[in-house]
Design a protein around this ligand. Structure first.
Ligand SMILES: [Zn+2]
Length: 210
């Protein structure tokens, strides 16, 4: 690991410790769900809702599992035998489910992630796992896009990173302004994807956005 990677990793470890320390107990969390059930107007004691609090908390363990995962750990195993391959590596249509930090409503979409290797490549499934780490948190799409790009950039130190996310925000499609079918696109370009119009165009053409 390079000193920069060690630093990043240490930061993520500290974050993880903070998450574990400030977390309330499962019992407290289930009690909070019972309160919300009652607030919705239903009878939280009735048979059909008896196990709902524990199910909701188990869903939370999935939806928000990203807080306990370290993207550096995921990306640090790289391969150097690339036979000099230095062209774009692109993973398209990485489906994800996240939740917006304003309403805790689902954000459902896909990410396209590309980088230009400089001597090292990473197993392709690792790019999808990094998307997952940040999706499984409370998010705003802009932040998530930047976090994915910065994590890959920080660990792989490639010639460039590009991330595009297209997603539907359920806080907008199922409530509020109620506009089903509306999606939002965000992008973060670093290195050559930012500075070299040809690299950027190649990426955009590959993901069908030019
Ligand atoms: Zn929202």
């Amino acid at each position: 690991m390079t000193p920069a990677m060690l630093n990043l990793s240490k930061k993520h470890q500290q974050e993880r410790d903070r998450v574990i320390n400030r977390r309330p107990s499962k019992e407290h969390a289930e009690e909070a769900v019972r309160t919300l059930l009652a607030y919705s107007g239903d009878d939280s004691e009735r048979e059909g809702l008896k196990d709902t609090p524990s199910r909701v908390i188990r869903s939370f363990d999935e939806f928000y599992s990203g807080y306990l995962k370290d993207p550096v750990e995921i990306l640090e195993r790289t391969f150097e035998e690339t036979n000099g391959y230095d062209e774009m590596v692109l993973l398209k249509n990485i489906m994800f489910v996240s939740h917006c930090e304003h309403h805790m409503a689902p954000i459902i979409g896909k990410a396209h992630v590309a980088y230009l290797p400089r001597g090292r490549v990473v197993g392709i499934s690792k790019l999808a796992r990094v998307v997952e780490v940040y999706a499984r948190r409370l998010q705003i799409q802009e932040k998530m896009t930047a976090q994915i790009a910065n994590a890959i950039n920080g660990v792989l130190e490639p010639g460039g990173v590009a991330v595009i996310i297209e997603a539907e925000h359920h806080c907008m499609t199922t409530r509020g302004v109620n506009k089903p079918g509306v999606s939002m696109t965000t992008s973060k370009m670093l290195g050559a994807f930012r500075d070299d119009p040809r690299t950027r165009s190649e990426f955009l053409a590959n993901v069908g956005m030019s």
